[in-house]
Each structure stands twice: as structure tokens, then as C-alpha cells.
Ligand binder design. Structure first.
Ligand SMILES: NC(=O)c1ccc[n+]([C@@H]2O[C@H](COP(=O)([O-])OP(=O)(O)OC[C@H]3O[C@@H](n4cnc5c(N)ncnc54)[C@H](OP(=O)(O)O)[C@@H]3O)[C@@H](O)[C@H]2O)c1
Length: 289
């Protein structure tokens, strides 16, 4: 039995679907029972639990062979790092109490660093805490999501690609489909030792200008990169409804991407490349429709 959290989201849904398609027993964790109905119809067990509820989570993990977790986003948190630290503590205690033997956790490029990575510090702490549980662990350190471009597809249709990345900075990027498939595979094949780190990118890395080129091909017109200065990050994220705390963390993350702080560690990790390129990912997100 494999327990999957985040099944109403990007990566968890792919993980659960991939395992169900292979005939594996799956128990999905949802916060709202109605979101479990479709999974039940497909043969999955449904556990209603928040990753902030230690007792419910412990029960959801009982008897499982392995579980997939992520650090859920929370745009309005006033203290994002501490709130996510508490969430990870709850997950870790539930892992310990349920005697779960194996956790696959969605981490991030840059998770090896203790400073200069903004919100990525949450998964640095998560890796540290989960490594202290008796469970085996695989940390899937994902590159910058290709799916992040979804929010600017409207602008791209009008020939503009707003970004906080320098136009010619080449960055590893990956689709959430690849992440889900790699995480599902990892769940079925625990590491021989206590822990493994997978650093996961798509089939190739891209600059924002190259993404603009791909979008231009899809929408049939020239798409120009509009690289905004770092000073624009906080006001922009606040205008999207993010807390000032989280907006500040995103400023740090974009600065860290630009200055080479937010990079893969390399040594000690297994480098994996997925198969979904930017064109396929952007078309799947609705580009050109
Ligand atoms: N964006 C990037 O470039 C990037 C790069 C590397 C790593 N990451 C990591 O990827 C994560 C997002 O992964 P994703 O895209 O698969 O997630 P997602 O699509 O944002 O979905 C989040 C999922 O978590 C669930 N959730 C939220 N709060 C919960 C709680 N308290 N208890 C149980 N479930 C809860 C949500 O369920 P509900 O339906 O109940 O809300 C939803 O299913 C980020 O948080 C970050 O850690 C992101």
C-alpha cells in the first residue's frame, strides 16, 4: 500500500495515477472528503487528513509500504519558514509513530543550502528532519517547474513574457508530470541504503529567452522577454495576494537563482532527466489555446 499526499495538486495526482495504472494499492490523503470521491471510484482508499494533524496523519500511514509527501504552499503565511517547519515536524512524527518504512519527499534545487534560497529553506529543513526518522528516504530535488510559466501564458499570447529571471540565464526546468513519474518510480524502488537524493531536471535546461522562443512557436507570433528587476519581485508578489513575508522570500530565491546560489548540489546526488520538454509542457498547460 502506497500513501500519496497532495493528490488534488500537480505532482501528487501524477504519482497516484501512475501507481494505480500499475495495479498498485494506493491510499490517497485529502483534506476534503469530496476530493477523494474520484479516487475512490478508481479503486484507491481515501484517508481524510491534513499534514498538520499528527493523529489523523499517523492513522493514514498505518500499514503502508511507502508514502509521498510535499511541503504544501501557503501564499498568505506570515511566517512561511516556521509554519512549514511545524508541518514537517508533524509529518516526521507521524512517520515515526506509524513506523512507515519509506518516504519519497518532493524537495527542490538548492535544498542543500542553509541561506540565500528563500522558500527553498523549508525543504532544506524537511530533508534534515525526515533524515532523522528511522524511515528510508528519497528526496526528489526538482528543478524550477516548467509549470511556473502557466501564470504568464495570457501575456505570452500578446507577445510578452514577463519574468524575474535574467533573460539569458540558463536554468534547469522540469515539468510536474516528470516529477510525479520519477517519484512513483522511486516509491517502488527504495534505496538500498538509508537515503537517496535525486536531482531532477527536464530533458534540457532553458533560458527565459528560449522559453519565449518556444511560446512564440506555439502562439505563432514573436514573444519578447520582459525581464523585471529584482526590486519588482516584492510588489509583484504582494499584488498577486502573497504575504509580505513570502514575497520577501521569493525576492531572495530569484536573487539566488540569478547569482548561482540556487543550483543543484551535484555530488552525492543522482542526476535524472525527465522526458517532457518545454514545448510539450507549455502546450499541456494550455499555451496556444
Ligand atoms: N514551483 C517550483 O518551481 C518548485 C520547484 C521545486 C520544488 N517545489 C515544491 O513543490 C511544491 C508544490 O508541489 P505541487 O505543485 O505538486 O503542489 P500543488 O499542486 O500546489 O498542490 C498542493 C497539494 O497539497 C495539498 N495540501 C495543501 N495543504 C495541505 C495540508 N495542510 N494537508 C494536506 N494536504 C495539503 C493540496 O490539497 P488541497 O486540495 O486540500 O488544497 C494539494 O493537493 C512546493 O510547495 C515546493 O515545495 C516547487
Amino acid at each position: 500500500m502506497y500513501v500519496i499526499a497532495g493528490v488534488s495538486g500537480n505532482t501528487g495526482s501524477i504519482v497516484a495515477n501512475a501507481l494505480l495504472e500499475q495495479g498498485k494499492k494506493v491510499r490517497v490523503i485529502v483534506r476534503d472528503a469530496t476530493k477523494g470521491e474520484a479516487w475512490k471510484a478508481r479503486g484507491a482508499e481515501v484517508a481524510v487528513a491534513s499534514v498538520e494533524d499528527e493523529d489523523a496523519l499517523t492513522k493514514a500511514l498505518e500499514g503502508a509500504t511507502g508514502a509521498y509527501f510535499l511541503s504544501p504552499p501557503d501564499a498568505v503565511s506570515q511566517d512561511f519558514i516556521e509554519a512549514r517547519r511545524a508541518t514537517v515536524e508533524t509529518i516526521a512524527r507521524a512517520v515515526e509513530r506509524s513506523k512507515l518504512p519509506y518516504v519519497v519527499f518532493l524537495s527542490s534545487v538548492g535544498a542543500q543550502r542553509e541561506t540565500g534560497t528563500g522558500p527553498i529553506l523549508t525543504v532544506h529543513y524537511a530533508e534534515e528532519r525526515l533524515a532523522k526518522t528511522p524511515a528510508k528516504t528519497t528526496f526528489v530535488r526538482a528543478a524550477y517547474f516548467l509549470d511556473n510559466w502557466a501564470s504568464v501564458l495570457g501575456a505570452a499570447a500578446h507577445g510578452k513574457l514577463p519574468t524575474f529571471l535574467p533573460a539569458d540565464l540558463v536554468v534547469p526546468m522540469v515539468s510536474t508530470k516528470d516529477i510525479g513519474l520519477v517519484a512513483a518510480k522511486a516509491l517502488l524502488a527504495p534505496p538500498s541504503g538509508k537515503s537517496e537524493i535525486i536531482e531532477l531536471s527536464g530533458p534540457r535546461d532553458y533560458s527565459s529567452r528560449e522559453i519565449a522562443g518556444v511560446l512564440g512557436k506555439i502562439v505563432g507570433k514573436t514573444v519578447e522577454v520582459e525581464a523585471a528587476p529584482l526590486a519588482a519581485v516584492v510588489p509583484a508578489f504582494e499584488s498577486f495576494g502573497f504575504s509580505a513575508n513570502l514575497a520577501g522570500l521569493y525576492h531572495e530565491m530569484y536573487a539566488g537563482l540569478a547569482d548561482g546560489t540556487v543550483v543543484f548540489e551535484g555530488k552525492g546526488a543522482r542526476q535524472v532527466r525527465g522526458s517532457v520538454d518545454a514545448e510539450s509542457a507549455l502546450r499541456a498547460l494550455g499555451a496556444g489555446k
